[in-house]
Design a protein around this ligand. Structure first.
Ligand code: FAD
Length: 377
């Protein structure tokens, strides 16, 4: 039986391991650099039907419904006055048991972990070096080494594997944007609410049936390199509060009082596609490509890519990268376009954007092409 090393116990690595567990087609081990998985974070995640379909293959449809929410539509609103611009009906892309879903990220990770035997996951294993050949040898920071037939690098946006393979070219770039996450109280709209402001947008959505809501703001912000890598700055309460004050002053929601447990981090995106020369090394999820977070497809693509790779290895085909590049281009164009349109600041451009949004959100052909092609893959 071929032996696979999975680097990273994030969404992609864990989904890949679940596929192996279900099919028992390979032996494997997951190597995670952290010492444990944090289940305390209450932040949310959106999963569109393309990934729900794949999650259902590994039993997600039996997951407790009160830890999930199934929003029916996304409302576009002006941040300044909360006036609705338009809405898109997401539920019309649902089919069979596959529904657009929002939930706590930690609940998803817990579900993925529950199906993996404990001895398959090694904590405190940070991959430090890779020797390529007929077999792949891994060297970890705890000085241990091991050899595998395949390497599946699911080590996220700051992928060490990619850095080892592609040096500088493998590093992501700062997207001149900061994400501010939190939980929001006193909110009572159970759709996905997408508020558009000048140079920022924020999204609020329920994360379960207990009236708990996720808040995520994406704010344009140029930073110097040393500021980006300065964790103290990003964890600093004054820095986070200033960001919240800035968007709160351009919105009629009282964000300062209602958003709590904020966490701030810089958004990095991939520079370009990178395909390893060795035919036994594969990149999945954010390690393969990380998108701007304006199309909410990161987690779904992490799941999709893991599924495609698993099928490719099981069927002994070599279509993974060809298909992934095509799919990634499709998502990346939409993510960048959304980001651009959501952050317009010139009033005239905003006026025309809102007219276009009203028209396009009700245009069946456009929606089929823009969302249907992604959601019904
Ligand atoms: C602000 C923001 C909001 C988002 N919202 C959404 C959303 O609503 N919907 C959505 O679909 N997506 C969303 N995403 C994207 C989504 O979170 C990511 O795309 C997804 O988590 C990537 O999964 P992954 O498994 O590839 O990587 P990760 O989840 O980052 O996991 C990588 C794992 O690898 C480990 N690791 C890293 N380096 C090493 C090493 N050298 N050795 C061993 N282990 C290592 C890490 O500790 C980690 O556990 C959002 C992203 C951002 C930034």
């Amino acid at each position: 039986m071929k032996k696979i090393a999975i680097i990273g116990a994030g969404i992609s690595g864990l989904f890949f391991a679940n596929m192996i567990e279900k099919n028992k087609s390979f032996s494997y081990r997951i190597f995670e650099m952290k010492s444990s998985i944090d289940f305390n974070d209450g932040y949310g995640i959106q999963l569109s039907v393309n990934s729900i379909k794949l999650l259902n293959k590994i039993g997600f449809n039996k997951f407790s419904n009160n830890q999930l929410y199934f929003p029916k539509k996304v409302n576009f609103l002006n941040a300044k006055d909360s006036k609705k611009i338009c809405d898109i009906n997401l539920s019309k892309f649902n089919y069979e048991n596959n529904n657009y879903t929002t939930m706590k990220r930690s609940s998803l990770i817990k579900f993925l972990l529950d199906q993996i035997p404990k001895d398959k996951l090694a904590f405190n294993y940070k991959v430090n070096d890779i020797k390529q050949g007929d077999k792949v040898s891994l060297i970890f920071s705890n000085k241990k080494t091991d050899e595998f037939d395949y390497l599946v690098a699911a080590d996220g946006i700051y992928s060490k594997t990619k850095e080892i393979l592609f040096k500088e070219e493998g590093l992501p770039e700062y997207f001149n944007t900061i994400a501010l996450r939190g939980n929001i109280r006193n909110f009572d709209n159970f759709d996905i609410s997408l508020y558009l402001g000048p140079n920022f947008h924020f999204v609020i959505y329920p994360i379960n049936q207990k009236k708990e809501f996720n808040f995520i703001a994406i704010i344009r912000k140029e930073l110097f390199k040393k500021e980006i890598i300065n964790n103290d700055l990003l964890n600093d309460n004054t820095f986070k509060n200033d960001l919240l004050k800035k968007i709160s002053s351009k919105s009629n929601l009282n964000l300062i009082e209602n958003v709590e447990k904020t966490k701030c981090f810089p958004i990095f995106v991939s520079k370009k596609f990178q395909i390893p020369k060795s035919n036994n090394i594969f990149l999945t999820g954010d390690a393969f490509y990380s998108f701007p977070p304006s199309f909410a497809q990161g987690a779904s693509q992490s799941i999709e890519s893991a599924n495609e790779l698993f099928c490719d290895l099981r069927n002994n085909t070599s279509d993974y990268y060809k298909n992934r590049v095509f799919r990634t281009k499709q998502i990346n164009i939409r993510s960048n376009f959304n980001h651009f349109a959501f952050h317009l600041s010139n009033p005239l451009n905003i006026f025309f954007r809102n007219i276009s949004l009203k028209y396009l959100s009700k245009n069946r052909k456009f929606l089929e092409n823009y969302l249907g092609k992604v959601y019904r893959n």
